[in-house]
Design a protein around this ligand. Sequence first.
Ligand code: GLY
Ligand code: MN
Ligand code: MN
Length: 443
Amino acid sequence: MSDSIIQANEFAKRRQDLAEMVGPNGVAIIPGASLQTRNSDVHFPFRQDSDFWYLTGFDEPDALLVLAPGREQGEAVLFCRDRDPERERWDGPRAGLEGAISRYGFDDAFPFSDADEVVPGLMEGREKVYCNLGKQLAFDQRVITWMNRLHQGHRKVAHPPEQLAALGHTLHEQRLIKSCAEIKAMRQSAQLAASAHRRLMNVCRPGMSEAQLSAELMHEFHSQGSEVSYLPIVGGGNNACILHYIDNNQVLRDGDLVLVDAGCEVEKYASDITRTFPVNGRFSSPQQALYEVVLAAQIAAIEKAQAGQAWLAGHDAAVNVIAQGLLDLGLLQGSLSECVESGSYRQFFMHKTGHWLGLDVHDVGDYTVDGASRELEPGMVLTIEPGIYVPADCTDVEERWRGIGIRIEDDVAVTRAQPDVLSADVPKTIHEIEALMNPSKAA
Ligand code: GLY
Ligand code: MN
Ligand code: MN
């Protein structure tokens, strides 16, 4: 962990902060992820649970964190797999109980297989048990069993916990505000994804397949030691109008645009970037007209990513620019206020302008407080991603607009000053994109 961006002391500080919120009358229980079977002896790639990772930096399956504030023998207790030379020969090394303490800084450690015996004792004498129910059914059942044991049978105690409390809100507000080290990891993640997007603009030619572009993304991510943060979207022509298109298996045609929505992870922090560019390196004039509208909307929304602005201000700004642009180009009719109030623009722009970004690509944290859009604060990171999508079968508009889907997405950190665009290394204007794609003809 010594050359990691997020150091052991930052993970420890997060546990201390959470322990303070839980208080001496509470106990928090946070399970790690388990390996998921794909078939027979084959598993899906392991990805640690983001809440658990945030508090531990521990990347093995079958682990559980118990935070018992004020516990005499130490409050941060990890349950993990014991060392096992035979299994480690097949599956790779394990930290074991000693490693959990010496390398990861936990106060105490027990074998994962002993959790059913030990955890009820850690809950004893505390009023509230904090955990996230509803995510893993097997974990929910274990927590109920541990509670029951303290209320009945041979483990019955004088003061069993009376309340189960949701941990999510407290922990997720903590995750929403990023530290300097987290912003550094997210900037690296965005820079790595940016280099992958530039690579695609360099190699893209008519006749290539979406799959080839997707492979170029993977090459860049994997060769730099990173993983995708979600399944990439590589949609040529009309496929860009399918918002969650992941087939990525069609031929890229001369004259079409291609929409690429792809990001990766650095120390599990996600980037999430979209660029839309012409397969042959030159925008046609209808593509150019719609692209300029989306770009203006995106720039207007980024302007609003400032401390003190409402979360929804960016979306409202993007909606105004897109609705006005679609009116000017004749894709919508009426006045701007009619289009915005009736929502007629949603025929072509049907999603919100962004989401929180962090350890999850659609990261945790509330978007509203007491029913109102929450204020942005320094340390929040969000995506800004307006789009216009005109499907090929949309007979409400002139033919030249059909089969064009455009989205432009950047990752933006809110600071005390101007918005910090973490993904600024990917060309975004028509001039920049065409210059990258046509190097010999660049002015
Ligand atoms: N890539 C998922 C999203 O943009 O929300
Ligand atoms: Mn995206
Ligand atoms: Mn996104």
